[in-house]
Design a protein around this ligand. Sequence first.
Ligand code: SAM
Length: 350
Amino acid sequence: MRCAERQPLAMCCWMEPSSDEVMDAVQAGLCDTFQRDFLCCRRIGSLPWKDLEHQLSIRPSFVLRILEQTINHPVSQKYPPSSQYRRLFLSELIKKHERTGAEPLDDIYTAFAEVLNSEDNTLCYKSYCLPTGDPVTLAENVAIISEGTTGLVTWEAALFLAEWAIENNGLFNNRTILELGSGIGLTGLVICRSCSPRRYTFSDSHQKVLQQLKENVLLNGFVLSEELSDTSKTPTTVVSVTELDWESVTEQELVALDADLVIASDVVYDPDILASFSKVVKKLFCCTKAGNKLEVIVASTIRNPETYSLFQTTLDDCGLSWQVLPDHKNNIFAYDKNCTVQILKLTFKV
Ligand SMILES: C[S@@+](CC[C@H](N)C(=O)[O-])C[C@H]1O[C@@H](n2cnc3c(N)ncnc32)[C@H](O)[C@@H]1O
């Protein structure tokens, strides 16, 4: 089951494309955007409804193609977005189609009736399409904060870091990576799929998050290292999920993980956790085998400049310096691009 692959519009160099060919290409592009946005539940208002309205005014039946690529797509059928999201999406789609004045289409109303009858759940699926067309699917909570944690949803910095990793693939290839505060796993799953690390350890401190994280790792076809038997073929990437609390993790535990690359996304949001996070990073530099060769990459959404500046002061106090890394160029995932995300590379001042 794949999402649409991103492909450049192939144009013949000696013949102008006909207007039908141009329209087909525009509609294929629009289907692709709707599919990617829908599968990861991008905010309904951010979908390209105006472009769709324009295409429907030319060809009202185009709505059926959108329906096939979204609600009826095999990924959505197996791993559906939340009922509430599907309801909102279909209401908007029906409104746009009704505006064309064309005959109502049974397929859309049947889909709507099914969604109206489906139960609301605290968990939903979101599928993020990779450039290859393969989806990374996560079970996420519908609420931003639940069970007393922010870790049960995917945050923008996770998507930003995942895009950055795809573009800087070489940094992750064949490395032993430790992710701190993984949440439900988007960044790591994208890296494991796209960058072939040797070993990837997801970590978090919250029990519910760890449980959901494990389920998401399995959902995406990975086998946890503890499940590998002596006779199993060694996978390209050995994946594990571990409980790691920045407050209490010991040097021995960090040494055992043997990481040579440490990453984290959206861990700079609460002034109270900055000190423990910075101390873990310092410990990793001081006690692990990789030592000064260790690379540490942290992606943060800058929501509150004061908190961010406090993070930098805290790093300083721990003897850590930072360098802002250049942003990546290609947008792959659908998320709010208005938020400011910055990637820092941390080093230990000897
Ligand atoms: C805002 S969420 C970010 C999750 C994920 N990295 C993302 O960007 O989508 C912060 C994560 O840090 C974890 N966290 C907070 N304090 C922690 C601590 N002391 N030790 C380990 N993880 C912690 C939370 O459980 C949560 O999963």
